[in-house]
Design a protein around this ligand. Structure first.
Ligand code: MN
Length: 488
């Protein structure tokens, strides 16, 4: 993500003469350099544009530049917007409109008409906002001085989303086996997903994967075991079962690397040629940034890959997750989240333990897996649904709690959380929205990151948080249905 560029385009015009151009260019350079020092990606000043051809040229260049993940526009002075129509019509990259001013404060004692004319974003950016709205172009608007922390944070959130959008559009997902039979919510239109989100999702026979796994050497397995010993605590004597997972991981990793895949799925209903359901193997791949969805859930797999990309460098983790079981003690209601095996150790509170236990489902050998308790703090649980005529993203805010009980009979990674505003309203809203049991859970990302991403992608976005009330949420669902039917 560090290598992605965001182009800073400053707008002006010739009305006041060209004397001020050098000063405006210098401001553009200074602001870009400052933003670069504070943000996860590089902000590159593209100088000042003052004529229709210049505007169209820089936008055309942005569209075709592979490193450019978005454009940031700012009208230093008034920049008549009919000059921008051709350029904006061609714009294909995410856009942020930074409504700022070089000077933080009005120089009360010296202010004159020259200052007024040079620091004109207050009306230049309104003209710009009009044409972008008139043309129906999605963008994020950020208001405030460019050195303010809240301004930097908002730009940073969008920058992560825009960089993840760039990644999303080249994401390849390998499906080992099909979806779990008869399951609806994890299904969807893969062609539409590629059109809307850029995901190339394709299936591979288990035989193709098993062939790669069988070619893994003992030396490769030894090296992988050494890596496990360094990262995790062995809480089993069944080394043979762990070696099988090490071999699976080496094989899967090769398969994914050779095909350029960023995400994958497995299903316990199709494990031909494998003795165990991949558990530890999947968990260690997730820890390295691969997306994963169990039971053939390619939507959650791709979403997890995108969210992991977006969260690079942030504290906390991002994991494939499932709402598994409830604690319904009145007033202390909580969700216990887990999966059969495949929870990412990036959300582990301590050093995960490698254990080998029987698996009730699938009829295979006892699989090795990582067991741990999850971290605490605020997190988002995100799901992506195919509603038939559109993709809907639901983002729920949850509070991750400390797990105070030992649960000695539960041999999986687990996370305990309280949905907001509480389990009753949170789960009711989730179910009304059609939210899945599979999610991507992240205590690294925020609602704003996901909202920015959904807006860039142009997909429906619903939030469930401390402000959610069921009557209002129902209205939002109803209005959205109408909106998307009108805008098909
Ligand atoms: Mn599942």
């Amino acid at each position: 993500m560090k290598n992605k560029e965001f182009w800073f385009i400053t707008g002006g015009q010739h009305l006041y003469g060209t004397d001020a151009f050098a000063e405006m260019r210098a401001h553009s350079e200074e602001i870009s350099a400052y933003l670069t020092s504070k943000l996860p990606c590089k902000v590159v000043s593209k100088g000042l544009v003052t004529l229709p051809d210049e505007i169209s040229a820089v936008i055309a260049e942005a569209n075709y530049d592979k490193n450019c993940a978005g454009v940031i526009m700012w009208m230093h002075v008034f920049s008549p917007s009919k000059m921008w129509i051709a350029g904006l019509k061609a714009l294909q990259k995410p856009m942020l409109h930074l409504h700022t001013q070089y000077n933080r404060e009005i120089p009360w004692d010296t202010i004159d008409m020259d200052f007024m004319n040079l620091n004109q974003s207050a009306h230049g950016d309104r003209e710009h906002g009009f044409i972008v709205s008139r043309m129906g172009i999605r963008r994020k608007v950020v208001v405030g001085h460019w050195q303010n922390e809240d301004v930097i944070e908002k730009i940073g959130s969008w920058m992560r989303a825009a960089a993840a959008w760039d990644y999303s559009n080249s994401l390849k997902v390998a499906r080992f086996g099909d979806n779990m039979r008869e399951v609806a919510v994890t299904e969807g239109d893969k062609v539409e997903a590629q059109i809307k989100l850029g995901w190339s999702v394709n299936g591979y026979g288990m035989g193709d994967l098993v062939e790669v796994i069988n070619a893994v050497t003992d030396a490769e397995v030894d090296a992988k075991m050494a890596e496990y010993a360094q990262k995790y605590e062995f809480n089993t004597d069944n080394t043979d079962a762990v070696r099988i997972q090490a071999k699976y991981e080496c094989g899967m990793r090769k398969f994914l690397e050779n095909g350029g895949f960023g995400a994958f799925t497995t299903t316990f209903e199709d494990l031909h040629g494998l003795r165990q359901l991949p558990g530890l193997a999947v968990q260690n791949l997730l820890a390295d940034g691969y997306g994963f969805g169990a039971e053939g859930d390619w939507k959650t797999s791709a979403l997890t890959a995108v969210m992991k990309y977006m969260a690079q460098g942030l504290a906390g983790g991002t994991a494939f997750m499932e709402d598994y079981t409830y604690h319904l003690e009145q007033g202390k209601e909580m969700v216990l989240g887990a999966h059969m095996l495949e929870v990412c150790p990036s959300i582990a509170a301590g050093k995960p333990k490698i254990e080998v236990h029987p698996l009730g489902i699938g009829g295979k050998e006892d699989p090795a897996r990582l067991v741990f308790d999850g971290q605490q703090g605020r997190a988002v649980a995100v799901t992506l649904l195919d509603m038939g005529d559109r993709f809907r993203m639901v983002c729920a805010v949850v509070e991750l709690n400390k797990i105070r009980k030992k649960m000695p009979q539960l041999p999986v990674a687990r996370v305990l959380w309280k949905p907001l505003p509480d389990l009753a309203a949170g789960a009711e809203a989730w179910i009304l929205a059609g939210g899945a049991h599979h999610t991507c859970l992240s205590n690294a990302l925020t609602v704003e990151n996901l909202r920015d991403f959904a807006e860039i992608a142009g997909i429906e976005f619903l939030v469930i948080d401390e402000n959610t009330t069921i009557p209002e949420f129902k209205k939002e669902l109803m209005y959205n249905d109408i909106y998307y039917k009108l805008n098909r």
